[in-house]
Design a protein around this ligand. Structure first.
Ligand code: NAD
Length: 347
């Protein structure tokens, strides 16, 4: 497997492979850019069939973090770590402690937090080995699970998208198809339900679906069909690649607004979305709430007012993206990338 000629290698400052045979740790830490500050981005703990899949994820996710942190105007660079979940039984505490030591060896160039499959308790274990960790459950500036703030940012951005299309932020009576009811997806569903939206939901975890059906009057949909529902809005909140050449042609929603990272299988999918006249809110702008929360913690003093100010900024950036995209007839993704690249260059 080659790194420098890998299609997703994008002048990453560093790609680190660490292992610890005793605990089963196999991790790839990708530092895309430290131009704006230490590279910050979550750790994904997931089963990968091949090393190559994990590398691709780390490369793509870390670049997206540089763009996300720049778009949100945070004093952070972009990085991401991917731990390949061991088969069979393993000692989770020992594995995350070994991972903490791997981060510590990077001398402050990478700061981690939660991503898919990782909890604040795991962050606390990492913290026993390194200070380069946020999303802790205890401590002076601890911000805990960033998911509620991520969901809040997605919800507010989604409202801007609704106003752009239907002339009002009011979601009463709108149908939203939500794919993935994890930490962010479920919190988003709660907000949508409170706002009067009807929910169609799909997840591979039957338990969360049953909860959404009973608590939020949601309607269960098969995981293979959620993207193709008669809905106003499609919210991908599971893993990446939900928007691809197979799914987009079947979509009926007018707005795509979700929390998942790397929603587009590749950038060419954007033209399929445009051809269908669907408005896509770029994932890395919309889902920046979590990293905003992390940035507040990294600053050493968690300031609620600062977080709120950044969420207001997120909403404003989404509004700008939609306005520029309409005025210049270029895709929302291209506008978002231009904004992020300009903010990166400035750094
Ligand atoms: P999570 O692991 O808590 O939730 C993911 C959910 O998706 C789980 O319930 C899982 O069962 C479900 N799922 C997996 N495959 C599925 C499929 N094929 N169809 C339907 N459901 C499926 O993760 P999370 O923290 O809620 O994050 C969700 C997404 O948002 C991820 O892409 C993550 O990278 C992104 N994100 C999360 C945050 C955060 O603060 N947690 C911040 C930014 C972006």
């Amino acid at each position: 497997m080659s790194i420098f000629s890998h299609p997703d290698f994008s002048d990453h400052e560093g790609v680190y492979f660490a292992s610890d045979p005793e605990t089963g740790l196999k991790v790839i830490i990708a530092v895309h850019s430290t131009a704006r500050g230490p590279a910050a981005g979550g750790t994904r703990f997931w089963h990968y069939d091949t090393d190559a899949e994990a590398v691709t994820d780390a490369l793509r996710l870390s670049k997206a973090m540089s763009y996300k942190n720049a778009a949100a105007e945070l004093p952070l660079g972009g990085g991401k770590a991917v731990i390949m979940k061991p088969e069979g039984t393993f000692d989770r505490t020992a594995l995350f402690a070994a991972y903490g030591r791997a981060i510590e060896r990077l001398s402050g160039s990478y700061i981690t937090a939660e991503d898919v499959g990782v909890t604040p308790a795991d962050m606390d274990v990492i913290h026993t080995q390194t200070q380069c960790v946020a999303g802790l459950s205890t401590g002076e500036a601890a911000s805990g699970d960033p998911s509620p703030i991520t969901a809040e940012g997605v919800f507010r951005g989604l409202q801007v998208g609704a106003e752009h299309i239907w002339g009002s932020e009011n979601l009463t009576g709108k149908t939203v198809a939500v794919q993935g009811l994890g930490h962010v997806g479920y919190a988003l569903c709660e907000k949508l339900h409170r706002a009067g939206a009807k929910l169609l939901v799909a997840d591979i975890n039957e338990e969360v679906i049953a909860k959404a059906v009973s608590e939020l009057s949601a309607v269960k949909v098969g995981v293979a069909d959620i993207h193709a529902q008669e809905a106003d809005i499609f919210a991908p909140c599971a893993l990446g690649g939900a928007l691809n050449a197979k799914t987009v042609p079947d979509m009926k929603a007018k707005l795509i607004a979700g929390a998942a990272n790397n929603q587009l299988r590749d950038d060419s999918v954007m033209s399929l979305i445009e051809e269908k006249g669907i408005i896509y809110l770029p994932d890395y702008v919309l889902n920046a709430g979590g990293i905003i929360n992390v940035a507040a913690e990294v600053s050493g003093e968690y300031n609620q007012a600062w977080v709120e100010e950044k969420l207001v900024g997120l909403k404003a950036t989404i509004k700008t993206i939609l306005e520029v995209s309409t005025a210049q007839k270029i895709s929302t993704l291209r506008v978002a990338n231009q904004i992020a690249e300009e903010r990166l260059k400035r750094a």
